[in-house]
Write a protein that binds this ligand. Structure first.
Ligand code: MD3
Ligand code: FE
Length: 207
C-alpha cells in the first residue's frame, strides 16, 4: 500500500517486481564502468562521501551539474536513457495520478552503499526545476530519514526502504532535508545478486 509520509512525499513499497529489479541492476553494472563510472565524491571541505556514485545525463558535483566529470576523470557523462525517462513518468503517475505538465527527466544519480555507508542529512537544491525527484531502491534495506525544509533538526520520520521500493518527492517535500543513517547489510533479496544497496534517483535538471 502507498503511504504519504508528508505532503508530496509518497512511498510505494515493492513497485519494481523481481524482473524489473534484476534488469535495472544489470543496467547499473554497465553504466558504473569507466569512463565516467562509479566514483568517490570529495566535498569542498575535503571529506569524502562514504557512498560511491555515478550519473547519467548530467554529472552532479558539489554543488552543481556539468556535462563532464569535472571532479573526476574528465569524461563526458553517459547519456540519459529514454527508458529511465519513461520509468520516471510512470513513477510520478503512480504516486500522484495523472499530472498536468509532465517534465522531461534528464538526470539519473546512482548511489552505491557498501556495508557501513551512510548519507548525512542534506537538501537537493542544485536542480533548477521543482519537478518531483523519483527514488528507486535495490539490494539491502536502509533506514531513510525524512525531515523538513527548515534544517537538520527534528521532527523527522524514519522509514525502511527495501529492494524494489519507489519513493517520489514533490511539492512541499521537494526541498526537505533527508538522509540515510544506515543500511542493513545482508538484507538484499537472495535472488538479486547484489551485496550492498543501490539507490537510483531520477531528476529534472531545468538546465
Ligand atoms: C527528498 N539519496 O541522492 S533517496 C540523493 O538513498 C539522496 O541514496 C538517498 O538523498 C539515497 O540526493 C535518498 C531519497 C531522496 C532522494 C532525493 C530527494 C529523497 C529526497 C530529493 C528531495 C527530497
Ligand atoms: Fe538527496
Amino acid at each position: 500500500p502507498a503511504a504519504e509520509i508528508a505532503p508530496g512525499a509518497v512511498h510505494i513499497p515493492g513497485w519494481l517486481d523481481d524482473a524489473a529489479q534484476r534488469r535495472l541492476l544489470a543496467d547499473c553494472r554497465q553504466w558504473a564502468k569507466p569512463p565516467a563510472g562509479l566514483r568517490t565524491v570529495r566535498m569542498p571541505s575535503g571529506g569524502e562521501m562514504s557512498v560511491r556514485s555515478f550519473c547519467l545525463g548530467w554529472h552532479w558535483f558539489p554543488y552543481g551539474y556539468a556535462r563532464t566529470v569535472v571532479d573526476g576523470d574528465g569524461s563526458p557523462v553517459k547519456p540519459f536513457p529514454g527508458r529511465l525517462g519513461e520509468l520516471a513518468r510512470a513513477a510520478v503517475a503512480r504516486a500522484y495520478g495523472r499530472q498536468a505538465a509532465a517534465p522531461e527527466y534528464d538526470i539519473a544519480l546512482v548511489n552505491f552503499y557498501a556495508a557501513g555507508s551512510h548519507m548525512g542529512l542534506h537538501r537537493d537544491a542544485d536542480e533548477k526545476s521543482d519537478a518531483p525527484v523519483v527514488s528507486l531502491s535495490l539490494g539491502d534495506t536502509c533506514v531513510f530519514r525524512f525531515g523538513h525544509p527548515g534544517g537538520r533538526t527534528r521532527p523527522w520520520t524514519d522509514v525502511e526502504l527495501r529492494s524494489g521500493d519507489l519513493f517520489v518527492f514533490g511539492g512541499p517535500s521537494r526541498l526537505a532535508y533527508h538522509g540515510v543513517p544506515r543500511t542493513r547489510p545482508g538484507t538484499a533479496p537472495p535472488g538479486l545478486g547484489l551485496t550492498g544497496r543501490l539507490n537510483i534517483t531520477l531528476r529534472v535538471s531545468g538546465l
